[in-house]
Design a protein around this ligand. Sequence first.
Ligand code: CTP
Length: 446
Amino acid sequence: MRAANDAVYNQNMRVTVGVSGGIAAYKAAELVRALQRRALDVHVVMTEAATRFVQPLTFAALSGHRVITSLWDEAQPEEASGGASGIDHIGEAQLSDALVVAPATANILAKFAHGIADDFLTTMYLATQVPVLVAPAMNVNMWEHPATQANLEILRQRGVKVIEPGTGVLACGMVGPGRLADPEAIADAVWNALGKRHDLAGEVVLVTAGGTREALDPVRFLGNRSSGKMGYALAEAAQSRGARVILVSGPSSLHPPAHCEVIKVTTAEQMRSAVLQRMAEVTLIIKAAAVADYKPVSVSGQKLKRSGPMTLELEPTADILAEVARQRRPGQLIVGFAAETENGMENGRAKLLRKGADAIVMNDVSGDNTGIDADKNAATFLTASTAIELPEMPKRKLADRILDEIAVLRKPRAVVVEMDQPTAQARVLSESDAPPAVRRSLIVEG
Ligand code: CTP
C-alpha cells in the first residue's frame, strides 16, 4: 500500500512482470532490478509452471511485494506462502501501468492469443487495458513453429509489443533464435511503452529538501514550515528520468523515493558538509531545501527556563548555495530556489546573481494553497536572461517541468531571445518539451 503522504509526491508507475514457466525464468529477477532502477514499482505474477523454476520468495524479496501465483486466495499468512498469494486480478489489472511477460513461453503466447484465462496471468491479460509486452524464450523449433508465429502475429495485430528473442546456444543445446532478450532491453521497451523520458540518464543529481533545524536547547529549535514535498518530488522525478539521485534531507515525514540514496541531516551545517562531501561526483545540484539563515550563537545545555522577556542572539549560517556555486567545476549545473513573499521577480533575479547559480526557481510563498508545505506550487524559472512561468500544478508535475527547463540548460550553443509572437523559430523550441503556452521567453538554437 502507498502511504497517504506518498500519493502525490512519490507516485512511481507500477509495472507487473508476468513470469511463465521456462528455463529463463531466473532472468526475470534481473528484469525486476532493471525496472526498479528506472524508479518503477514492480509487482510479480507467476504461472504455476514458473514456480517450478524459481521460488516466489525470490521475487517477493526483490520486489518487496507479495507475488501472485494463483487466482484463488488460499488465505495463507504471507510467511507461510513465501510471499505468494491469490489477489483480485481485476484490481491488479487496474492498478498496473504496464504488463510485461518475461519469459513468455509458447504456451502463454497461445493462451493470450486465444483468450484462454485459466490462471492469474492469463486472466489479468484479458482484464487489463494497459500496454502489454511479451519477451518470448523457448526452444528454436517451438519458436519457429507456424502455430507460435501465428499466435505472435495475432498478438502483434492486437497491439502487444513483442520483444524479439536473441539468437545463440539455447538451454536445450540447440542453436538459433529463442534466447530471452537482454533484461535491460526489455526494461527499455517497457519504459518506452509507458511514454517515459530517460533524458537524465548519466546525470548524478544531488537534491536538498526540507527545512533545517537549529537547536536552542535540548528540546527547542528554530525551524520553518518546509515539508520537503518539493525536494522529494524532484528527487523522484530525476530518478525516474534516469538520473542517479542523492537526496540530502532535513527532517521530513515523507517517504523518500525507493532506491534513492538518502542522507538525513538536521542543521544547516550538517547539510553543508553533506553537500560539500558529495560535490565531486555530482553533475547537477538542486537546492530545494529551506535552509535556516540564522542559528543561535550559543545552545543551552539545559532546557531554558521561563524568566521574563528573552532576547536571542543569532548568527548567520553559511550560504550553502553560494559556496557550492563558487566551488563548482566545469559542467556542473547549480539550481537554487527562492522563497519570496514580495517583489518576487526582483528578489529572485538578485538572488540568482548574488548566489552565482545557473537558475533559480522562484516561488511566491505568500499564498495559502501553494509554496511551503502545500501540495501544489507555482513558480518562475529564472536564468540570467529568461523567466519561464510555471503555473500552479501538483508538486510532482512541477518537478518534471523544472527538470524540463534544466535539461534545456544542458543544451550547448543555446541563446535566448524574448518572443511575443510564435514564429518559425519557435518551432525549434519544441525540443524543450515545455508547453509553449506557459513560456514567456523562448530558447532558440544559435
Ligand atoms: N540557501 C542555502 N544556504 C542557506 C540559505 C539558503 O543554500 N544558508 C539556499 C536555499 O536552499 C535556496 C536558496 O539558497 O536554494 C535561496 O533560499 P532563500 O531562503 O530564498 O534565500 P536566502 O539566501 O535565505 O535569502 P533571503 O532569506 O534574504 O531571501
